[in-house]
Design a protein around this ligand. Structure first.
Ligand SMILES: [Mg+2]
Length: 406
């Protein structure tokens, strides 16, 4: 195996820094927020967040066996080293790349603190001063939070007027873009395995989309997520019925594995089609982007490979005039990492905000004011990510009480 350890040790003394420890914790928000800190002999500490999921913090701590003693300023080399060192046990895709994404984000925060520059500056500079957020919304009784997950419900819980009411509230808070889930557990009854939608199920969805569009008017950007549920024929029928609502996008309308099928639905539908949150590293986006299998690409930077890898995905999208609108279900730390990325990607449009149901979201960081102001987050000017945890609030919401960056 090639040796990806430090061969370029020739530095000025103030940049001769070593990683001394990597520690993690999990905050229980509406998802598991997997946080990581990278400690150094210079005293500076980098903070990062990886996408949700069990075992991610274990993998992040596993990287200690080859990252301790490394210079954290070599962010991209260290990301490659994680992939290289884990290539036989997951380093090319999935949870290991998720863990590497969290480490990579913490390394950018650390590099910014060591060099006294904000992360967007390290990534090439910014195109914009504030990032437009879209609010992922839930409505009615259908998505009552239960143990951090969305509880299934029967048809009656999906009242179009409840969706419309939430849409009015959210646009009243200043958001200019919003998204609802359009899939329902009862969609494919009595046969959930074939992905076929009945005409009645499609009609329920049309009524929901119509009610929301009516509530918010024609100007607000509106997307719906289908969570990979439908067969190709049903997806086509659904897309046809939603053509007249000027949607920002319809997301994950078919299962995610088959790029040829994705291209077929994207090319046949007149509704813009979005996908990307299931894909890892730039390689899994190449055919999707170069063969026009998507209209709006939605990678999750905290799982697909971090900020630099996501920027490579954005560049390939830009070559093909495809819009880049990242998926995000993180707490404030991962969200702010995506804000820096959005600042320096020309084809960026909107970033997801998925924590409207978490009343202590804005207590978890050190900004004092709410991060989102009138539907936008200002790109921080401070070094690194420009955000720190409020530890006392984080401690109150730990997934495993007592396990706080230990
Ligand atoms: Mg989605």
């Amino acid at each position: 195996m090639r040796d990806f350890s430090n061969h370029a040790a020739n530095r000025v003394p103030e940049r001769d820094v070593s990683i001394t420890d990597i520690t993690t914790c999990v905050v229980a928000g509406n998802f598991e927020w997997n946080l990581v800190r990278i400690h150094t002999d210079a005293g500076a500490v980098g903070l990062g967040e990886a996408y949700r999921g069990g075992g991610v913090t274990d993998v992040m701590e596993y990287t200690k066996r080859f990252l301790l003693g490394e210079n954290p300023l070599d962010v991209e080399r260290l990301f490659r080293r994680i992939i290289q060192e884990t290539s036989g046990h997951g380093g090319t895709t999935g949870k290991v790349v998720t863990a590497a994404s969290g480490i990579e984000i913490a390394l950018w925060d650390l590099a910014g603190k060591l060099l006294d520059l904000p992360v967007y500056q390290l990534l090439g500079g910014k195109y914009r001063d504030r990032i437009r957020m879209y609010c992922d919304c839930h409505a009615g009784d259908a998505y009552a939070l239960e143990d951090g997950y969305h509880a299934p419900a029967d048809d009656d819980a999906y009242d179009p007027e409840a969706y419309a009411g939430t849409a009015r509230e959210v646009t009243g808070e200043g958001f200019t873009a919003l998204k609802f889930d359009l899939d329902q557990p009862t969609d494919n009854h009595p046969n959930p395995y074939n992905g076929r939608l009945s005409n009645a199920a499609i009609e329920r969805k049309v009524e929901t989309v119509a009610a929301v569009r009516e509530a918010i008017g024609p100007e607000v950007d509106l997307a719906f997520d289908c969570h990979w549920d439908y067969s190709l024929d049903s997806a086509k029928r659904l897309c046809r019925k939603l053509e007249d609502f000027d949607l920002m996008w319809l997301e994950d309308v078919i299962p995610p594995e088959n790029t040829a099928a994705q291209r077929e639905i994207t090319r046949s539908a007149r509704v813009p089609i979005a996908t990307g949150e299931n894909r890892f590293r730039v390689h899994e986006f190449e055919d999707l982007l170069y063969d026009f299998g998507v209209d709006i690409v939605t990678p999750d930077p905290t799982t697909c490979g971090g900020l630099a890898e996501s920027k490579r995905v954005a560049s390939r999208a830009e070559e093909n005039y495809i819009t880049f609108s990242p998926h995000n279900v993180c707490g404030p730390i991962g969200t702010m990492a995506c804000v820096h990325l959005g600042a320096c990607v020309p084809n960026f449009d909107v970033l997801e905000y998925h924590a409207r149901d978490v009343p202590w979201w804005d207590d978890l960081h050190d900004h004092g004011d709410p991060l989102i102001d009138d539907g936008y987050i200002e790109v921080p000017k401070k070094p690194g990510l420009g955000i720190e945890l409020d530890e006392s609030v984080a401690r109150e919401h730990l997934h495993d009480p007592g396990t706080m960056f230990g």
